[in-house]
Design a protein around this ligand. Structure first.
Ligand SMILES: C[S@@+](CC[C@H](N)C(=O)[O-])C[C@H]1O[C@@H](n2cnc3c(N)ncnc32)[C@H](O)[C@@H]1O
Length: 293
């Protein structure tokens, strides 16, 4: 087993050096961080343990895990799919290849959504294209008396969202539905929701920004396919989603690079006031539309 020449084989120090070396050779941007996180997870400890106990010897099961994870990570699989979780807002969300890995810039929707829900009693939230449920469930953490209906076209994605709702102790306020856009609601749901949030699929022609060291092919295809110009879901969902909002209710949706101008046109056509928000890198990333009273 190749590793640090001075580290006794089979120790944490040896594994750390071996992982780092493989990840560096694979061109991954953060070999040290990845190595320490994988070691910590394989040992069921925290990263401090990894640094504090270079002499520790993983057992046979842990060695097997590390061998498998080394190959997967060096092959470009995102860390989050290997670890099975991703930090988002205030929590750790389970992720699998059935869902998109939550992105830091999506926290903008939580921030704006929480601001708009402040002061409302028992607000009702609808999350479309929920994936892991990271946005809606984070909003439940900010507005604990809220109720969340989350939907996704993928049953496997909804299973992940349901798991997250239970793991975070939010299941009592969560309803997960498998559905194509805002389709499952009848007329009785007109004006029912205070907030509709979504990060709809965007097209391969207008991909969401890819991080170095993450293979976009690992994202579920449905998470990215948004039609020829990436705007299919906005066109299809905007009007029915507006119907579901109470007067004064708010719709918050994320969009991809370069989609602000065409969205401006689509949103103007609704006749309801809207504005754009920028992400931390200063790019227009989300719109906030308010249903007129
Ligand atoms: C870009 S991901 C967003 C996931 C999550 N909100 C997040 O930010 O991590 C888009 C999600 O939309 C779902 N989706 C695609 N087409 C859909 C449709 N027609 N109706 C409902 N959900 C759909 C995909 O399964 C995927 O989980």
């Amino acid at each position: 087993m190749a590793g640090h020449p001075d580290a006794p084989p089979g120790t944490v120090a040896h594994w750390r050096a071996r992982l780092m070396c493989s990840f560096r050779e694979a061109g991954l941007p953060e070999p040290e961080r990845d190595a320490e996180l994988l070691l910590a997870q394989a040992l069921d400890r925290n990263p401090v343990f990894v640094l504090a106990h270079p002499e520790y010897r993983p057992d046979a099961f842990q060695n097997e895990r590390l061998t498998a994870w080394l190959d997967r990570r060096a092959g470009g699989e995102p860390m989050q799919y290997i670890l099975g979780w991703r930090e988002f807002w205030r929590d750790r969300f389970a992720v699998s290849p059935a869902v998109l890995i939550p992105r830091p810039e999506t926290e903008l929707l939580v921030e704006r959504g929480a601001a708009r829900l402040a002061g409302r009693e028992r607000p009702r939230i609808l999350e479309l294209a929920a994936g892991s449920g990271c946005i809606g469930l984070s909003l439940l953490r900010e507005a604990p008396d809220a109720r969340l209906v989350a939907l996704d076209i993928s049953p496997a994605a909804m299973a992940v969202a349901g798991h997250n709702a239970r793991a975070l102790g939010l299941a009592a306020h969560f309803l997960g539905l498998v559905a194509d856009g805002p389709a499952p609601f009848g007329p009785q749901a007109t004006g029912y929701f205070d907030l509709v949030v979504a990060t709809p699929p965007t097209s391969p022609q207008a991909p969401r920004h890819q991080r170095p060291g993450e293979t976009r092919d690992c994202d579920p295809r449905l998470a990215l396919a948004g039609g020829a110009d990436g705007l299919d879901c906005y066109r299809a969902w905007l009007v029915p989603a507006l119907e579901l909002l109470r007067p004064g209710g708010v719709m918050l949706m994320e969009f991809g690079d370069g989609q602000e101008a065409p969205l401006q046109e689509i949103l103007s056509a609704t006749g309801h006031p809207f504005r754009f928000h920028e992400d931390l890198s200063g790019r227009p990333r989300a719109f906030e539309l308010e249903r007129r009273p």
